[in-house]
Design a protein around this ligand. Structure first.
Ligand SMILES: [Cu+2]
Length: 289
């Protein structure tokens, strides 16, 4: 427990210390990771305890460091069905969280609950130069974007199965991917120049607020190839399950998780410690996703 508290306070200090104006450093060579899968580590860390582990295209495929509370590839997600027909939409802001690239990414991702999962439609413009910054991963993260637009405060990917970060998502076995790893499960990182559009059904996310895979109110984040967070927005409910139009800022009767104010982390105490420990490890290794 003491360690949990120590790690939590470390993370909070780190999270609050981040700002949009902070430089995040130059990207590593983009060829390190596969361009069709969505690994979450941009390069194999060389410092201990990461050295010497098995890797696939830059992602660690051997457990390596022990992270209590994580399940790795055994943490398979459960397919959802007959979801509430609610519609959620994340509209990207007019300014980039990290002005690291020369353009402003605009657009939206719309999500509708269906009988066989969540139907997502992604429409983006203003994507930065691929050769320099791409390809671009995109995910649903664990927490909401706070009012100041800090994408770092959304922490890591939505991961209700506690899969952890150390395995690359394999699109042929999407149930083994982190539930929030949209790019990894559906077509990989964005490789388009300037504009990008895609649509897919994801059976592992949910529009049911009682589900651990519920994404209402959570942050949608787009990264560069080195995981720098370029821009982000929350999924807001635009119409409810009964077909009535909602107010654009409503997310139903759900208390949104947020990194502002009193820190609040989802899941069990063990998961909290592991999540926070992982985040701290990522910061230590300069790999905050
Ligand atoms: Cu992400």
């Amino acid at each position: 427990m003491y360690h949990s508290l120590l790690l939590a306070s470390t993370l909070i200090t780190l999270a609050h210390g981040q700002s949009a104006s902070q430089a995040q450093g130059p990207p590593p060579p983009p060829e390190v990771l596969s361009t069709t899968k969505s690994g979450v580590l941009p390069v194999l860390p060389t410092g201990t305890p990461f050295a010497g582990v098995d890797t696939l295209e830059g992602a660690i495929i051997n457990p390596g460091p022990v992270n209590p509370g994580f399940t790795g590839l055994a943490g398979t997600a459960t397919a959802q069905s007959n979801l509430p027909a609610a519609t959620y939409r994340a509209d990207l802001p007019d300014t980039m969280f990290d002005p690291y690239v020369e353009t402003v990414i605009r657009g939206s991702i719309v999500a509708v609950g269906t009988h066989s999962g969540v139907q997502f439609t992604v429409n983006l413009t203003g994507l930065p130069n691929q050769a320099q910054y791409g390809p671009f991963p995109y995910h649903i993260h664990t927490l909401s974007v706070p009012s100041d637009g800090n994408c770092t405060a959304t922490l890591g990917h939505l991961d209700p199965t506690n899969r952890g970060e150390y395995y690359m998502c394999d699109a042929s076995a999407p149930e083994t991917c982190q539930v929030g790893d949209l790019a990894g499960k559906h077509g990989g990182k964005i490789m388009a120049q300037d504009s990008f559009m895609t649509s897919f059904v994801d059976p592992y996310l949910s529009t049911d607020p009682s589900s651990a895979a519920f994404f209402g109110g959570l942050g949608f984040v787009i990264h560069t190839s080195n995981t720098t967070r370029l821009t982000c927005a929350n999924f807001e409910m635009v119409s409810g399950a009964n077909g009535t139009s909602g107010n654009a800022t409503s997310t139903g009767n759900v208390t949104l998780p947020s990194a502002t104010g009193t820190p609040e982390f989802p899941g069990s105490a063990d998961k909290n410690a592991a999540t926070v420990g992982m985040a701290v490890a990522a910061v230590v290794f300069g790999l905050l996703l």
